[in-house]
Design a protein around this ligand. Structure first.
Ligand code: PGA
Length: 236
């Protein structure tokens, strides 16, 4: 059995490099493997298992404000979050862009963590399963079975709200995602899939997702900014 993977998504925090270094240095190895995804500007100053929160799909050129996957690779970055709901919502990323970014990251040997999930409205309208199906189908289009990325199921209504998804509901979604992967690829790819849960994950609810709902790890936002809390999650 491989270890669980706990990924800290710091989002646009903290405000200074000093704080970033302090937080990073307070994280201790534990039962699970961990990866920290700080803002781009801190990546080269932190030493450890790192991921970026986004990347662009072109290698270089006139794309003001963008950071390429190859730059991240050259910096020693190992993971990259792709298609986070905040990117989709505020920066208009769609499944087609997500697909291009995943392909670029994979071609360079980066490990993409691809985020999928439904909004509160989609959930109320009972569109959840369709949204998940589309995000996987279009997001992973053309990606071979040997390169299926890490998938993070992050119900958007649970992100940053303190209203985490029920363990039973998360389990149902986990099974649905594995079923879609199994149909798209095959059963063995689905079994091997590294599936994370994200959305108000904390040290209290972590164990439910990891030990009951069948997830292989967590994508942690708010709780990754508190070293004590993040350390507890790593040992959940
Ligand atoms: P949260 O964020 O843990 O603060 O809900 C998770 C995420 O957005 O990845």
């Amino acid at each position: 059995m491989s270890k669980n993977l706990i990924v800290g998504n710091w989002k646009m925090n903290p405000e200074s490099l000093k704080e970033a270094q302090k937080l990073f240095n307070s994280i201790k190895s534990g039962k699970s493997d961990f990866v920290v995804c700080p803002p781009f500007v801190y990546l080269s100053s932190l030493k450890g298992k790192l991921g970026a929160q986004n990347c662009f799909y072109e290698d270089k050129g006139a794309y003001t404000g963008e950071v390429s996957a190859s730059m991240l690779k050259n910096l020693g970055c190992e993971y990259v979050i792709i298609g986070h709901s905040e990117r989709r919502q505020y920066f208009k990323e769609d499944n087609e862009m997500v697909n291009k970014k995943i392909k670029k990251a994979l071609s360079l040997g980066l490990k993409p963590i691809v985020c999928i999930g439904e909004t509160q409205q989609e959930r109320e309208e009972e569109k959840t399963d369709q949204i998940i199906q589309d995000e996987i189908m279009y997001g992973l289009e053309g990606i071979p079975a040997t390169k299926v990325p890490i998938i993070a199921y992050e119900p958007i209504w649970a992100i940053g709200t303190g209203n985490a998804c029920d363990v039973e509901e998360a389990q149902r979604m986990g099974l649905l995602i594995r079923k879609i992967i199994s149909k798209t690829y095959n059963l063995s790819v689905s079994k091997k899939l590294c599936l994370l849960y994200g959305g108000s994950a904390n040290s209290t609810n972590a164990s439910g997702y990891l030990n009951e709902a069948g997830f292989n790890g967590l994508l942690v936002g708010g709780a990754s900014l508190k070293a004590d809390e993040f350390n507890k999650i790593i040992n959940a």
